[in-house]
Design a protein around this ligand. Sequence first.
Ligand code: GDP
Ligand code: IMO
Ligand code: MG
Length: 422
Amino acid sequence: MSVTVILGTQWGDEGKGKAIDTFAGDFDYVARFNGGNNAGHTIVNEYGTFKIHLVPSGVFYPKAKCLIGGGVVMDPSVLIDEMNDLLKAGIQLEKRLFISPRAHVIMPYHKILDGLYEEAKGAGATGTTRRGIGPTFADKISYNGIRWSDFADNDLFTAKLRMQISLKNKIIAALGGTGLDFEKVRDEYRGHYEKIKPFITELFPIVQNGLKTGKKFLLEQAMGTCLDPDWGTYPFVTGSTTLASAATGGLGIPPRNISRVIGVTKAYTTRVGAGPMPTEIKDDERAASALREVAATTGRVRRGGWFDAELTRFAVQISGIDRLFLTKLDILSEFDEIKICTGYEFQGKRVHYYDLDSYQLDKVRAIYKTVRGWKEDIRGIRKYKDLPSKARAYVETIEKLVGTKIGWVANGPEREAVIKKQ
Ligand code: GDP
Ligand code: IMO
Ligand code: MG
């Protein structure tokens, strides 16, 4: 019995896609259990470069079966495009991709409402991906959602959709938006369903049989720990839980079956969208621009900041992380000096991440330890002992501050660029 959860410890985009791609070859099942197509997981391997939003990142290993659990919400057109891209790259999906009928479907009104809410909130907006994620999870929780299982009965689907469109059109109109045409949406979504239908199947027996027969499961979280609606920086969070525990409900895995939790951590910090970020670099444009990235889903700019040990320590504790997978160490090679945040100070007192709400967190002073950079290209290195001593010292400082061992260090986007540490 082996169930490994891989999750991001920061605000998403830690390099989960790459970590999954590193390990997935050893697994029988790779599964998504939370989030939706707000996720963008980049994989660089012999098939090319892929930014995957819904299909589990283990799809490139023919032996691995891919499951999308009921905890995931999905925009059918994004899923269909993604499946077509994979097929074009020669990846077989038939009898390998299984989608839960319990998964909720992102409808056009969810995307419209996501945008209208954001605009109405103005300066207080969350900075969502505008993929309809929050409104779809809100409908799920308020018993207004439409699931794949509803499509199987055309009368049921039609009645639910008619009801929801009449309801949502009123809200959309009140917020100044343009309402939707029921028949157009119905026809479009029935077309999507016909394409996705062969992949929809109840996952419960698959998971149960797999657990019983000792199959290995790799569970791929989307987003990051601090985007969790309960434990993240609310309201600058996402619509579904991002902790290791989410795998239990989102896929149907009993908690006691989870045997290992690996936390993916960037060697610095990025965040896309609004919300507090104590280590964001605001006073050094050169350093900030070296750490900024372009978001895989929306193309927005990710804010750049120093490594935050306070935040990562929290992520390790709340999800019971056993080992860290440290990514993007190579990006720090150009720095003369590198800062590491060891803790926070608020109103003259040392505080923890969990002591504060988002508005307080926005005002904390990050306390830094400064270390010397190694100033050497490390991208081709494949053995830990071959890293410059200052790079090793940086890695080991993070281990000490966070209180967990780093098992792997990634030093490039491609599959081979991983150093096994211990
Ligand atoms: P995810 O959402 O956690 O899967 O992360 P993203 O794919 O959104 O963002 C991570 C980015 O960093 C992608 O462009 C990856 O190709 C890239 N990446 C991952 N690990 C490394 C690494 O060790 N070094 C470098 N230079 N890039 C990396
Ligand atoms: P991966 O899986 C980074 C952020 C958005 C926004 C907030 C809410 O690639 O790491 P949403 O559209 O979910 O309602 O937006 O969450 N966000 C992510 N940030 N990586 C992600 O996914 C994210 N998914 C959502 O930027 O701040
Ligand atoms: Mg991403």
